[in-house]
Design a protein around this ligand. Structure first.
Ligand SMILES: [Cu+2]
Length: 181
């Protein structure tokens, strides 16, 4: 077998492994982040470096309704390029009949209730009292500085009960993205 044939066989093996979802040399049974097609609740306006999210609190029964868009306990990661304008339409679906709120905090220990947001303007009204069931709010902020953040519900004990997801402000990505695991 000459060198070219060996290279071709390696390429073929890599292609097969990729098609089967097998990481070469990696574990095959670990949960992996999925880069699904953009969710319907994200609207990207790339020319204006602007992204809008509809964030629904208590979207179905996941985590006893303590979730954002169905995800809790950091299962979802939302990434936005640094410097982009972010608009959030926040909706409390009413499932679970509890108030909820939304804010961006630095990644780290989950507080027992809302704290001042890490990014100016990145919070819904009545952070600790919450937005009542079936009500909504809207707000805007600039995604900066780059770093690791969380989306948190500031209603007492909701965050520590898992009502949080990951939010990354990235200095290297070119477009917003949502991954779940
Ligand atoms: Cu909540």
């Amino acid at each position: 077998m000459n060198g070219r044939t060996i290279l071709w066989r390696l390429a073929w093996l890599a292609a097969c492994a990729g098609a089967l979802g097998i990481g070469v040399g990696g574990r095959t049974n670990a949960p992996q982040a999925r880069a699904a097609s953009p969710p319907s609740w994200m609207k990207v306006d790339a020319p204006h470096q602007r992204v809008s999210f509809t964030v629904t609190a208590a979207d179905g029964g996941a985590n006893g309704t303590l979730n954002f868009n169905g995800y809790a306990n950091g299962r979802m990661t939302v990434t936005v390029p640094a410097g982009w304008h972010v608009h959030i339409d926040f909706v409390n679906s009413g499932a679970g009949a509890l108030p909820h709120s939304f804010e961006v905090i630095r990644s780290g220990k989950i507080p027992t209730q809302g704290i001042p947001p890490a990014i100016p303007g990145a919070e819904s009204r009545d952070l600790i009292a919450g937005v009542p069931p079936m009500q909504k709010d809207a707000f805007d902020f600039t995604a900066a500085p780059a770093g690791q953040y969380l989306w948190l519900c500031g209603f007492p004990t909701h965050g520590t009960s898992g009502m949080w997801d990951r939010f990354v402000v990235s200095g290297s990505v070119k477009a917003p993205a949502v991954t779940v695991k």
